[in-house]
Write a protein that binds this ligand. Structure first.
Ligand code: NAI
Ligand code: MG
Length: 481
């Protein structure tokens, strides 16, 4: 782990195993952080903030971020291979992710000098200002689906804003962040500004969130843990941002470009093995093209080649863990009872693949929106296809969910698209596309999909607080009494 610029073991000396999901074999042992390690890391971050980092100029913070970007880009091969080995995803996807890591640091490197306050027009002879200041020490809890990228989404805006932090990668996928942390010092990050601890949710994540020296908590993961974190953060009235996934509708009208539709539906839910918070896991198809589109999707899904991520022929890797595989298989079982199975529905038969945590790309159709597979986030390659009649019907089904992270609409009728855009209850709406994510654009959910926004200036705002400054220019007593 990295605490105060030093590579350290857990105080207890304990470690835990990190698995390669393609083989089910142990690939590394990492420190198993407990409350004592968390306490040490938070105190270091507190001191680093109070004794220096808060006075480092925005220019210097920007330069550090640009060096981190350059380092990520220069080490793409190393980081992408490690990401694939640890998370399972195909190498081409890991390379794409590391490119996004670099872009994220670059964006916030540029933004650091553009954050500023305002001068206000108060009705008095005064100079009144709203200035932005870093909130202090941030606790950041990372999921396993985009291990280094989700870390970058939290590190970059926090460094940009001038915070110090303790970051905990997911227990399944700590390796790329631990690797990247080895280069912090050469990129000019002062000791103690970013501390990385590896550990489990309850033994390391929970004490981190609850620590009294933490001012802000940022989390990406399950709704259940999101609620627990918000409750824990309430005790210290900490600022909280939560990104909690969804059950996003991917809506296809009959007048959509057919080839793009088929492609967009598959990409929306099978990319990254379906382990995507914004996965378009509910595919809503208008009745006139329902059968034709289902057949075309099934045919293409049969051609998706499962295999270890490092094999360039693999189009889909294993899911991240045995637990996740079992979770997905449970939903496949539920789906068989609730709807009709078109393709997949289990594990691949190939004995080589049976060693790892592979599950087949699966399509269920004639799914009712009240079905479990239409309501619960599966976080695996499982698509639920739901027919609809018209615009009103599509909207009703799309919005009938506790979630509201993303939604997509496909049609050549711009007016229909815009009416949908206005009424969809989601923090992100795509038209004739699925999943494009840009660091310039806000990312976050409506309803149970979360609180706050990542990326863009919104992402930096989560790590800032506003101070009002009023400077009286009258050299006279107030004169009230
Ligand atoms: P999780 O929410 O338990 O884990 C995410 C992170 O939170 C990990 O770093 C974990 O160590 C940490 N954590 C767990 N319990 C904690 C606690 N009490 N206090 C502080 N930190 C804690 O997710 P899990 O169990 O790995 O996956 C279950 C489901 O959650 C998935 O099937 C998926 O539906 C959803 N999920 C959504 C993600 C998203 O991108 N929105 C990412 C990961 C999971
Ligand atoms: Mg969990």
């Amino acid at each position: 782990m990295l605490i105060d610029g030093e590579r350290v073991a857990a105080a207890s000396g304990r470690t835990f195993d990190v698995m390669n999901p393609a083989t089910g074999e142990v690939m590394a042992k990492v420190p198993d952080a407990q409350a004592a390690d968390v306490d040490r890391a938070v105190k270091v971050a507190r001191r680093a903030f109070d004794e220096g980092w808060r006075d480092v100029t925005a220019q210097e913070r920007g330069r550090i971020l640009l060096r981190l970007a350059e380092k990520a880009r220069a080490e793409t091969k190393t980081l992408a291979e490690l990401e694939t080995l640890n998370s399972g995803k195909p190498l081409a996807e890991s390379e794409f992710d590391i490119g996004d890591v670099a872009t994220c640091f670059e964006y916030y490197g540029g933004l650091a000098t553009k954050l500023h306050g305002e001068v206000l027009n108060v009705p008095d002879n005064a100079l009144s200002m709203a200035i932005r200041e870093p909130i202090g020490v941030a606790a950041q809890i990372i999921p396993w689906n985009y291990p280094l990228l989700m870390a970058a989404w939290k590190l970059a805006p926090a460094i940009c804003a001038g915070c110090t932090m303790v970051i905990k990668p997911a227990e399944q996928t700590p390796l790329t962040l631990l690797k990247f942390a080895r280069w912090f010092e050469e990129c000019g990050l002062p000791k103690g500004v970013v501390n990385v601890i590896s550990g489990f949710g309850e033994s390391a994540g929970a004490p981190l969130v609850a620590h009294k020296d933490v001012d802000k908590v940022a989390f990406t993961g399950s709704v259940e843990v999101g609620k627990t974190i918000m409750r824990a953060a309430a005790e210290g009235l900490k600022k909280v941002s939560l990104e909690l996934g969804g059950k996003s509708p991917n809506i296809f009208f009959a007048d959509a470009d057919f080839e793009s539709a088929v492609d967009g539906a598959l990409f929306g839910v099978f990319i990254n093995q379906g382990e995507v918070c914004s996965a378009g896991s509910r595919v809503l198809v208008q009745r006139p093209i329902y059968k034709k589109m289902l057949d075309a999707m099934v045919e293409k899904a049969r051609g998706i080649k499962l295999g270890p991520g490092l094999d360039p022929a693999s189009k889909m890797g294993p899911v991240v863990s045995k637990a996740q595989m079992e979770r997905v298989m449970r939903y496949q079982e539920i789906g068989r009872k609730e709807a009709k199975l078109a393709v997949g529905g289990g594990r691949p038969k190939d004995p080589e693949l049976q060693r790892g945590y592979f599950v087949e790309p699966t399509i269920f159709y004639d799914v009712d929106n009240s079905a479990t597979i239409a309501r619960e986030e599966i976080f695996g390659p499982v698509m639920s296809v739901i027919p609809f009649d018209d615009e009103k019907d599509a909207l009703r089904i799309a919005n009938d969910t506790q979630y509201g992270l993303a939604a997509a609409v496909w049609s050549r009728d711009i007016f229909k698209c815009l009416r949908m855009v206005k009424r969809l209850q989601a923090g992100i709406v795509w038209v004739n596309h699925m999943q494009p994510t840009y660091v310039e654009a806000p990312w976050g959910g409506y309803k149970m999909s979360g609180i706050g926004r990542e990326l863009g200036p919104w992402g930096a705002e989560e790590y800032l607080q506003v101070k009002q400054v009023h400077i009286n220019l009258n050299e006279q007593p107030i004169g009230w009494y």
